[in-house]
Design a protein around this ligand. Structure first.
Ligand SMILES: Nc1ncnc2c1ncn2[C@@H]1O[C@H](COP(=O)(O)OP(=O)(O)OP(=O)(O)O)[C@@H](O)[C@H]1O
Ligand SMILES: [Mg+2]
Length: 219
């Protein structure tokens, strides 16, 4: 049974008076065990598609059926709740809050939502940042900061993890260890979608998509 399915999903923007589709009639169907990779040139619509899949961005048209619910029909409150419970999201770039410590960054979403998180000690161990709990993000390396964002996305034990270029800016060794972590998370029963570049294709992935001018094809 499909777990995440889009039908004719579309989102357009207007630039210099011209409308263009950042996401153009995308149909994908993923299963609960999938580890999906999306590649494509800069500007091809990858981040826009992920923002739609998390419910952060509203599509112009189409459906997003996640675990039996059409996300396009849910209220903002319900979507926010889903993002604190069932959908883990790691946005592109650095999204940590700089005035908060590592542990505060990780636990803030679950505190705000009141949703009970997973065992934090185990999570930190798994992600490899147990020794950094009280650090501020500015004192972390790129790889460490990325691990904090990963831990934050996993605190609710989500059913799906959606990550936008989680290994960009990392050296090959760090990128590799993050991809191995994703593999472990996927084996633990969480579906994964990551946007990445060709040279970082994780070996554990079983679905490969490419975006071009807002359209998606499966390879
Ligand atoms: N809020 C916005 N308003 C107008 N145009 C936008 C907006 N957000 C994105 N775009 C445009 O939509 C297109 C797709 O952007 P998107 O960020 O999805 O690309 P991407 O594939 O993630 O690129 P990258 O690999 O550089 O992150 C680009 O042409 C971008 O300039
Ligand atoms: Mg992007």
């Amino acid at each position: 049974m499909s777990f995440l399915k889009t039908n004719n999903l579309a989102k357009s923007y207007t630039r210099r008076g011209e409308e263009f589709f950042a996401v153009d009639r995308v149909d994908i169907e993923l299963y609960k065990t999938d580890f999906a990779v999306i590649t494509g040139h800069s500007g091809s619509g990858k981040s826009t598609l992920l923002s739609l899949l998390t419910g952060i961005l509203k599509p112009d048209s189409g459906e997003i059926i996640f675990d039996g619910k059409d996300l396009t029909q849910l209220s903002e409150d319900k979507l926010a709740y889903l993002r604190c419970s069932e959908i883990g999201y790691i946005p592109q770039g650095n999204t940590l809050l700089y005035n908060l410590s590592v542990i505060e960054n990780i636990t803030l979403p679950s505190k705000l939502s009141g949703i009970k998180g997973v065992n934090i000690v185990e999570l930190l161990k798994k992600v490899g940042i147990s020794h950094l709990l009280n650090e501020r993000p500015r004192n972390l390396s790129g790889g460490e900061a990325r691990r904090v964002a990963i831990a934050r996305s996993l605190i609710s034990n989500p059913k799906i993890l959606i990550a936008d270029e989680p290994t960009s800016d990392l050296d090959p060794e760090n990128a590799d260890s993050i991809l191995r972590l994703f593999e472990e998370i996927n084996k633990g029963g969480t579906a994964i979608i990551i946007v990445t570049h060709d040279r970082q294709i994780p070996t554990a992935a079983n679905r490969y998509f490419m975006m071009q001018n807002g359209k998606i094809i499966e390879n």
